[in-house]
Ligand binder design. Sequence first.
Ligand SMILES: N[C@H](Cc1ccc(I)cc1)C(=O)NO
Ligand SMILES: [Zn+2]
Ligand SMILES: [Zn+2]
Length: 292
Amino acid sequence: DYRLNDQSKVNPLLPQLKESEILATISKLQSYTNRYYRHNVGARASNELADSWRALAPGRTDVTVSQFNHPNFVQKSVILEIRGTVAPEEIIVIGGHLDSITPQAVLRPGGRAPGADDDASGIATLQEVMRVLLQSGYKPERTIQFIGYAGEEAGLLGSKDIAKAYAAQGRNVMGALQLDMTDYKGSSSDITLITDYTNAPQDDFVAALAAGYLPELKVVRDVCGYACSDHASWTANGYAASFPFEAAFGEDNPRIHTTKDTLSQIGNSAAHALKFARLALAYAVELGSDHG
Ligand SMILES: N[C@H](Cc1ccc(I)cc1)C(=O)NO
Ligand SMILES: [Zn+2]
Ligand SMILES: [Zn+2]
C-alpha cells in the first residue's frame, strides 16, 4: 500500500547516498566510445556493468546478477536482484537504460556517444541506491530488482522484451520506477513527475515520498506526449510505472543524443542526480518493506 510507514528504515539510509559515487559511475560510463545497442563496445559496457554490480555484494546468497539476452541485438540488459525475505514473488523494479546514441555512433562502431545524462546519470543513480541497500545490510520483504535496460534509444527495445516476458510469466511486479536523465537541472523545480504513460496512484505515492522525505525539493508534473522512456513498457504490460524526470518539458538537457552529452557540460556535478537517488531509495524501501 502507498502509506509512508518505514521512516525508521528509510531515514538512516538516506545520508549514506553519496554524490561522489554517482559522479564516478557517470564518469566511467561516459568514457566508453559509445554504448550503442548494436556495437560490441555497447555489449562490453553491459558486461562490465554486470561485473561491477556483482562486486557490490560478495557472498550474499539472496543477491543475484544476471543479464537478459535480447534475440535481435548484441547488447544485454543487466538485472541485480535482492530476493525478498517474506514475499519474494512480489517484485519492485528500479530501472534506467545503459545504452547511448548519437548519429555518429549509429553510423559506425567508433562513433562517439558519451550519454552522460542520457542515461549514465540514471544508471549511476540506481547503482548508488543498490550500493547503500547492499552495504547497509538492508533486507527487503519483497524482491527488489535494479535493471539496466539495453536498447532504449532504438524504441524501448530492452524493456519491451523484459516487461513482455514478465507479463507472460505472470510475474507480480508491484511497481516500476524509471530513471532516465537525472543530472541536468534545467528548471527551477527539482523533480518533474511525467504523468502520461504512467500510473496515477503510484505517481501520487512518489509525490508523497518526496513531500515526506525530501520536503526541500520542488516537485511538479508534466507530460511527455509519447512513450518517451522505459516506464511505458511496464505500463503497456499492465504494471504500475512512474517516471521522475530532471526538468519540465522543453527545459531538459539540450545536448542529449550528441557528442556533447558529457559531465563537463553539466558542471561535473551529480548534485541533481543525488535528489533522484534519495527519492528512489525511499521508493525502494517503502515498497520493498511491505508485503501482501
Ligand atoms: N526523449 C527521451 C528523453 C526525454 C524524456 C522526457 C522528456 I519531457 C524529454 C526527453 C530520451 O531520449 N530517452 O532516452
Ligand atoms: Zn535518449
Ligand atoms: Zn534516455
